[in-house]
Design a protein around this ligand. Structure first.
Ligand code: COA
Length: 425
């Protein structure tokens, strides 16, 4: 079966996490992704958080599947010529360097246009145009600047970052959508364009509901927040602990074993249409008709006590037992699954969401496969490339260089260390 992005060639000039997540998705959809890396070290993550000596780290391998790697010193004049050759024949260039780096390399938008007016140039930056546009940005900076940290955590504690990499992987996802959209527009216009996903913007987009609440707050207290009715609301959206962001109140409740297992918890939602069933299950049938509990509005000021009562019931069961019982009644809930439980989940293995991959220097490891499933474009996850593994292949097959030209580029030092040739005798 073919792949959705077959025939699309991507010059992957990305590093660390945000850019690589984007190009990995494009590769999974069938694009030919050519990762250009600095000779010697390559993407800095190859050597970061290493768990196996001398082998590419999981940080790198889990973000760079299905790509090819070429080493190229783009500050070397011949290396820059090769880079420009790649720009000429690629459909997309993706980069997430610090602001100004591409320009300093001589790859201004104008120069890129001269080389290839059809190319789409996609960038991740920390901030869009404005006072912070020149700043370097990492994940947690974006979470803080995009509104996530100020709205995450408990009201009596400091702002918190989340484990989900919404700044890096979240922005990579936004950028990938921008790229395929620009490719689609190119079929009409014949022209490339610039695509920008700023990390602050991506995080703010994912925090959309909190900007909604900011405006609701101006019209009165946020009644579904745990601060209501006892807490004071200031002039900005407070941290809501584990309250649900929607109109159906929810909270995280202890289950059997919580004393020793940090993940023996369940997310419980008191969805209005199933309120009667909830009352039956937890042994409070009188709440169905009691005017203090019968309607969502009556329950709002009593949510804390309601969840405490539900918790008395959930603590008598494991999270999986609670899940099984509640699902029979269509009561929405979610067990708090640990990474260990997810790694061992058979159904995630069967759908290709968790995949085992073999790697020549590190052996077998688990990765997250393509979370987006296309019925006509299946994903086969293949290992990440070794540094410069495809350098010759790309020069020869993609750029059409003959042996003389390859030798010339090699001798210039553009591909890395030049090993002096031994004298013939
Ligand atoms: N050959 C030669 N030089 C190369 C090269 C190559 N193949 N690839 C990169 N370089 C050089 C660049 O030219 C640049 O040099 P310069 O500063 O002299 O112009 C340098 O390597 C690297 O640039 P930079 O992006 O500044 O790396 P950094 O490690 O200092 O900063 C980030 C890392 C992530 C903070 C920064 O890239 C950034 O802010 N990116 C945008 C936001 C982002 O994506 N953040 C999330 C990362 S997960």
């Amino acid at each position: 079966m073919g792949k959705a992005l077959e025939g699309v060639r991507v010059l992957d000039f990305t590093h660390v996490q945000s850019g690589p997540t984007c190009t990995q998705l494009l590769a999974w959809f069938g694009a030919d992704v050519i990762k250009v890396e600095r000779p010697g070290e390559g993407d800095i993550t190859r050597g970061q958080l290493r768990d196996v000596p001398e082998a590419d780290s999981l940080y790198f391998t889990m973000l760079n599947h299905n790509k090819r790697s070429i080493t190229l010193d783009t500050k070397n004049p011949d290396g820059k010529r090769v880079l420009e050759d790649l720009v000429r024949i690629c459909d997309v260039m993706v980069e997430n360097f610090a602001p100004g780096v591409l320009d300093r390399m001589g790859l201004t938008w104008e120069r890129i246009q001269e080389l290839n007016p059809r190319i789409i140039v996609a960038s991740v930056k920390g901030f869009g145009p404005g006072p912070y546009e020149d700043c370097k940005v990492y994940e947690n900076v974006a979470q803080c600047a995009g509104g996530s940290a100020s709205t995450t955590g408990f009201d009596d504690g400091p702002p918190m970052v989340t484990g989900a990499q919404i700044g890096d992987s979240g922005t990579g996802l936004h950028l990938a959508l921008g790229i395929v959209t620009a490719l689609y527009q190119r079929t009409q216009t014949g022209r490339g364009q610039k695509v920008l996903a700023a990390m602050q913007d991506a995080v703010l987009n994912l925090c959309r509901v909190k900007l909604r609440d900011q405006q609701r707050l101006e019209r009165g207290p946020l009644k579904e927040y745990p601060q209501y009715p006892n807490g004071e609301f200031g002039d900005t959206v407070p941290r809501a602990g584990n309250a649900s962001g929607g109109g159906q109140p929810g909270w995280i409740l202890k289950c059997k074993g919580w004393e020793t297992d940090p993940n023996a918890y369940i997310y419980f939602i008191t969805q209005a249409p199933v309120w009667a069933k909830i009352c039956d299950v937890i042994g409070k049938p009188e709440w169905v008709t009691d005017p203090d509990y019968a309607t969502p509005a009556a329950r709002l000021p009593r949510l804390k006590d309601i969840f405490a009562t539900v918790e008395e019931w959930t603590m008598t069961k494991t999270k999986f037992e609670v899940m099984e019982i509640l699902n029979k009644y269509d009561i929405p809930c979610g067990p708090i699954l640990s990474m260990k439980e997810l790694a061992e989940d058979q159904s995630l293995r069967e759908t290709g969401t968790i995949v085992e991959v073999d790697h020549p220097t590190r052996g077998k490891y688990l990765t997250v496969g393509n979370p987006i499933k296309l019925s006509d474009s299946p994903t086969e996850v293949t290992r990440s490339p070794l540094l410069g593994e495809h350098t010759d292949e790309i020069l020869r097959e993609v750029l059409g260089f003959d042996e003389r030209r390859i030798g010339e580029v090699r001798d210039s030092g553009a591909l890395g260390l030049v090993v002096p040739r031994m004298a013939a005798e």
